[in-house]
Design a protein. Structure first.
Length: 353
């Protein structure tokens, strides 16, 4: 029986402990410390209890390690979609050459498919990093969608927080100067749209921010707010969902591993907001958030969301334009080519084997 509720999507970026440490400038990341053995069964059990099927964006480096393959295979076996979260999880992909980006994406694809039996057709850049070249590579490789944009003005503030809590060299700060995006990201749409590149078209499913106000509503942010006022945090989320309904926005909500872990579960990540909350409390709050989400929307994977969106005849079409693109002279979005038209989306290449 078809639900009368509008659809929404839910995803989890499967960032591992080493990837947080790497972004934060901790050299101990090189030994690739991991919490996946604890995290994956906990998250899968939680999602099963909630009767939710979502998208997991997996990092290729984790899929390349034999010790992780059974864990990652269990995600696909539980029916969840598998997406590509790059190979090295470096939030400075805009500094890569086209050849390097091609290698980064293809290498992750190969290892993810080997580990899970699923070849991704969806991508999310680490640190919400995206560039015109990345989109061209994705379109050329037959991807259905990208889910890397976070339309908010708070990105530079989050980056400043990271810089204050990390011991980064000048070179590392330069590498990370686009982490979480710039103030101009607020100009990007929060509703899905279609990128149109030389290599073809690609659906964009933005990580939804609050309609009108463009402030984050992903679960890590709600958990952070709950440290100060738990009831207010839930009301904030309810208000965001109400605005989504009023504006006809089908939200795509984001989870992170640290929404399920605390400082007792994993050491060395106390810099991440909300880590002082006990994991039991986090699970309780995440459950409340997703109950509110499920009550108002029918939750799907990001791929299912993208496929439905791709059938919209008047879906907005945007020509990619980024700060990292030399042709924009640093004026992000100021020269976006936005028009309404009909484009056929590229034939998807991958499904579960």
């Amino acid at each position: 029986m078809k639900s009368d509720k509008p659809i929404a999507s839910l995803s989890l970026d499967l960032d591992n402990k080493w990837s947080y440490m790497k972004t934060h400038g901790d050299s101990k990341w090189e030994s690739l410390p991991s919490y996946l053995a604890l995290l994956v069964p906990r998250v899968l059990g939680f999602l099963k209890a909630q009767n939710l099927t979502i998208t997991f964006f997996i990092v290729g480096q984790d899929a390349a390690l034999e010790r992780n393959r059974e864990l990652l295979a269990s995600i696909a076996a539980a029916g969840h979609e598998i997406g590509n979260h790059s190979f090295h999880h470096e939030p400075w992909l805009h500094r890569y050459s086209e050849q390097q980006i091609e290698m980064e994406i293809s290498r992750a694809e190969d290892h993810i498919e080997h580990a899970t039996g699923y070849r991704p057709i969806g991508f999310r850049g680490p640190g919400f990093e995206l560039s015109r070249v990345t989109l061209e590579v994705l379109a050329r490789r037959g991807y259905l969608y990208d889910a890397s944009t976070l339309p908010t003005f708070l990105g530079p503030l989050a980056r400043a927080y990271y810089f204050m809590t990390a011991k980064l060299t000048r070179e590392q700060r330069t590498e990370r100067n686009a982490l979480f995006g710039g103030f101009a990201e607020v100009l990007r749409p929060i509703r899905p749209y279609r990128w149109q590149m030389d290599a073809g078209a690609l659906i964009e499913i933005p990580v939804t921010t609050m309609p009108v106000f463009k402030v984050p509503i992903h679960v890590s942010y709600i958990l952070y707010l709950s440290m100060f006022a738990p009831a207010l945090a839930l009301r904030y989320f309810q208000f965001a969902l109400r605005l989504c309904q009023l504006t006809g926005t089908q939200p795509s909500l984001l989870l992170h591993p640290l929404d399920f872990l605390d400082c007792e579960d994993t050491q060395g990540l106390s810099f991440f907001p909300g880590m002082k909350l006990p994991s039991e409390k986090k699970l309780e709050l995440v459950s409340e958030v997703l109950a509110l989400f499920s009550a108002q929307f029918t939750i799907r994977t990001v791929q299912q969301h993208a496929r439905e969106v791709s059938q919209v005849s008047n879906l907005r079409v945007i020509g990619p334009c980024f700060r990292s693109d030399n042709r924009t002279s640093g004026h992000l979005l100021s020269k976006l080519i936005v028009f309404r038209s009909k484009f056929d989306h590229p034939t998807p290449r991958g499904t579960a084997k």
